[in-house]
Design a protein around this ligand. Structure first.
Ligand code: SF4
Ligand code: SF4
Length: 202
């Protein structure tokens, strides 16, 4: 029994004269290691509201998306609840624009009210000017145009989007006009279904 006691005494003396092993947080800020996975944050300049991050998020209720089609104008709402986040990094890895969301080095995320962990961002939706179906967010369409470059000019809907026509008031439906695709629909922003019908029938 004597030797173990001496060993413990040696440990105690060592602990007294050794430097501190813990950090001085919160008296001093805590420096996180490189590539630390902290709170995911949206970059609203480069996020286009496509929803790919929502589809790859494995944590239930963490990233959710709702399209409010009856809002004026129709909008997509992407909500992030960081109290449900598991900091896996999928959203960052699979982001369409690669910079729309990124894991920051923020780790001190405790709040008294869980509602404070909820962030919602809105993106205006583009609807088909022929049938009223949802096409996607306006930012997503403009991003596509820029990605395609000159190829975007093969698609009049993208052309209208690229030239800033997305903010225009869509032409009102004309009840006296014959039903089905018409030549003037070429200069409208159309969903893939209407565009396909137009191309086949005209
Ligand atoms: S880090 Fe993982 S759990 Fe958190 S929002 Fe991104 S995909 Fe979802
Ligand atoms: S995948 Fe990227 S660009 Fe698309 S909604 Fe998520 S953060 Fe935004």
């Amino acid at each position: 029994m004597r030797w173990p006691k001496l060993r413990e005494l040696k440990e105690a003396v060592n602990a007294v004269v050794s430097p501190r092993f813990t950090t001085r947080f919160p008296a001093e800020p805590c420096v996180v290691p490189e590539r630390f996975r902290g709170k995911p944050e949206f970059d609203l300049d480069t996020c286009i509201g496509c929803g790919a991050c929502v589809n790859v998020c494995p944590a239930a209720s963490c990233l959710t998306m709702v399209d409010a089609l009856d809002a004026d104008p129709p909008v997509r709402r992407i909500t992030h609840r960081y109290d449900c986040c598991i900091f896996c990094g999928n959203c960052q890895d699979y982001c369409t624009t690669q910079t729309g969301i990124a894991l920051s080095d923020k780790w001190d995320l405790a709040v008294l009210n869980r509602g404070d962990t909820v962030e919602t961002h809105e993106y205006e939706l583009q609807m088909c000017e022929k049938c009223g179906a949802k096409i996607g967010t306006k930012k997503h369409i403009i991003w596509l145009c820029e990605k395609l470059g000159p190829l975007a000019y093969t698609n009049p809907s993208l052309l209208l989007a690229k030239s800033g026509e997305l903010t225009r008031t869509p032409p009102k439906p004309d009840s006296s006009a014959p039903s089905g695709p018409q030549a003037r629909d070429f200069m409208r922003i159309l969903c893939p279904k209407c565009k396909c019908e137009l191309n086949i029938k005209l």
